[in-house]
Design a protein around this ligand. Sequence first.
Ligand SMILES: O=C(O)C(=O)C[C@H](O)C(=O)CO
Ligand SMILES: [Zn+2]
Length: 286
Amino acid sequence: MELRTASSPRDVKHYTTERLREEFLIQTLFVAGEIKTVYSHIDRIITGAAVPVTPLVLTAGEEIRAEYFLQRREMGIINIGGKGTVTVDGRDYVLEYKEGMYIGMGSKDITFASNDGETPAKFYFNSAPAHKTYPTVLIRPEGTEEEGVVIVKDSNKVELGSLEESNHRTICKYILPGQVESCQLVMGMTSLKPGSVWNTMPCHTHDRRMEVYLYFEMPEDACVFHYMGEPTETRHIVMRNEEAVISPSWSIHSGCGTRAYTFIWGMVGENQAFDDMDGVAMTDIM
Ligand SMILES: O=C(O)C(=O)C[C@H](O)C(=O)CO
Ligand SMILES: [Zn+2]
């Protein structure tokens, strides 16, 4: 498990490109046959990915000094690869492309498997400290509700922006109060419409929550200029396909791509109110 420490905005404004990337950018998360994890001191979020060629077992690791990974934690997963199965304490959950899961605190044995090792599942996950066990469920953006399966409500699919502003996109909220209960994790996916390139612009901060973005569905030669920093001290990080970026609570998190793309966002911290953001006026950003 890789460790990232927290940072002060007063220091970050002096960082070079290299240092910014070292502290906030997460590369090579998706490695065939491996589970990769990055532990951040910011709200103690763990960002990770499992790409099983043959089944992979999630283990706690020395760093969290737990008997098993979710002994004191909860986890949200979204599959961005081929069809796969997550087995939680003996129960199988089959995840198609862009289907997700919430796994509650106390779940002991977690295994990731792909239906076909040639086109493996790519399970992206965020995990945060938890204090209570909420039900483990499979989350589908579309479909019919059944036992152990939650379908994203229409009210949690929000269309924002316009082609004229180059920011036409759909926000699909997977894990949030009233749909999939969790202790602190809020998670979802935003898809840009063809021709739109801006996410989260007009931008915002939320001092009450930190956030991690994972950019994907980008060709190899495409990139997203991810903007971070205090609203009047912005910096950018050039991001490629399937790379993640840590956004401290004091930072904006917004991106402009060379073409449309998709990203997964995960937030943890003080509250779970998605709309509790502090908007930055377009005239104030520097
Ligand atoms: O495109 C957007 O706008 C987003 O997806 C915003 C993120 O969900 C976010 O930053 C939530 O705080
Ligand atoms: Zn945000």
